[in-house]
Design a protein around this ligand. Structure first.
Ligand code: AHM
Ligand code: MG
Length: 337
């Protein structure tokens, strides 16, 4: 059985000039993920141990899990010294470090420390999403917003951790996608899903259909297409929607499917954030042979303008995303008028 650390080190050997910094950064993320996982597993005990603001039996202050996860990942990245700045869903402003070590770091990270917040307290899968870029500012000073506002095509690594029936870390450095399952008995991530490929087509569509009346016509028509009775082409498809992007994407990655969070007339950019939700998930989809789009253009090609920018999102099996894009194009005039 190969561990995450062995695997990452082995991959580093494929790049003769690699300095080991990205390797160390990914290791740090893996360690923080284990600490967050331990805390998430105790979530059901919140009533016994106390909620945020109260004090637990050990006399420690309780924090909300998303705040806890944010703190852990920031701490790990800060202490590691490879990362000079972080954009996090939990922080309005860019996080920089007042430390010589971190300011020398070559990388910046965009992350959603605990995604799927509505599922945290009800024992449903949640996740951490991260992406890594090479800084464009000169090393030796604090990272800048410009370091983070690079298009997804510049990403050097991305991944997610899913805290579910088992905990997994899935990541890519631009050379395929690999998945590791945490063996809690020894506390190690073990390579369980090597070279993940998403099926070209699938039979699952994932969308919050409660928003149906607000969807653009293209999405409504695509949903109708998914529901059509056409046994020869495997339709009607089936709906699966957890409301945790990581969990919905993870299932579709392994089984084949499409996840959609479109814009609406009121919220034309939808809900999900480009930097730390859509880009990393889109990168993984592409690395596994799938696609990610805003309905009209490749997600990774979008030039970000702000850290918390939103974008409509269609991701998953390539044929399904292409079909959804076809409907979006076809009905776009209606939507825009
Ligand atoms: P969050 O970052 O506040 O948790 O929001 C992101 C989540 C995604 O994980 C999920 O797919 C989506 O929001 C669900 O939204 P909705 O409840 O509108 O369907
Ligand atoms: Mg989120």
């Amino acid at each position: 059985m190969k561990t995450l650390i062995e695997f990452i080190n082995e991959k580093q050997a494929d790049f003769p000039f690699a300095t080991g910094e990205l390797t160390r950064l990914l290791n740090d993320i893996g360690i923080a993920a284990k600490i967050v996982n331990r805390e998430i597993n105790k979530a059901g005990l919140a009533d016994i141990l106390g909620f945020e603001g109260s004090t637990n039996v050990q006399g420690e202050d309780q924090k909300k899990l998303d705040v806890f996860a944010n703190d852990q990942f920031i701490k790990a990245l800060k202490n590691g010294g490879q990362c000079c700045a972080i954009a996090s869903e939990e922080n309005d402003e860019l996080i920089t470090f007042d430390s010589e070590l971190s300011n020398k770091g070559k990388y910046v990270v965009a992350m959603d420390p605990l995604d799927g917040s509505s599922n945290i307290e009800v024992n449903v899968s949640i996740g951490t999403i991260f992406s890594v870029y090479r800084r464009i500012s000169e090393p030796g000073s604090c990272g800048t917003n410009a370091d983070l506002l690079q298009p997804g095509t510049e990403m050097v690594a991305a991944g997610y951790v899913i805290y579910g029936s088992s905990t997994m870390l899935v990541y890519s450095t631009g050379n395929g996608v690999n998945g590791f399952t945490l063996d809690p008995s020894v506390g190690l991530f073990l390579l369980s899903h090597p070279e993940i490929k998403i099926p070209e087509n699938g039979s699952i569509y994932s969308i919050n259909e409660a928003n149906y009346i607000h969807f653009p016509e293209g999405v409504k028509e695509y949903i109708r297409f998914c529901q059509e009775d056409d046994p020869d082409s495997g339709r009607p498809y089936t709906t699966r929607y957890i409301g945790s992007l990581v969990a919905d994407f993870h299932r579709n990655l392994l089984r084949g499917g499409i996840y959609m969070y479109p814009g609406t007339k009121k919220r034309k950019d939808g809900k999900l954030r480009l930097l730390y939700e859509c880009n990393p998930i889109g990168f993984l989809a592409e690395q596994a042979g799938g696609k990610a789009s805003d309905g009209f253009r490749r997600t990774l090609g979008i030039k970000p303008e702000s850290l918390h920018q939103r974008t409509p999102f269609f991701v998953g099996s390539s044929e399904m995303v292409e079909k959804a894009e076809y409907f979006m194009h076809y009905y776009s005039k209606d939507f825009k008028s």
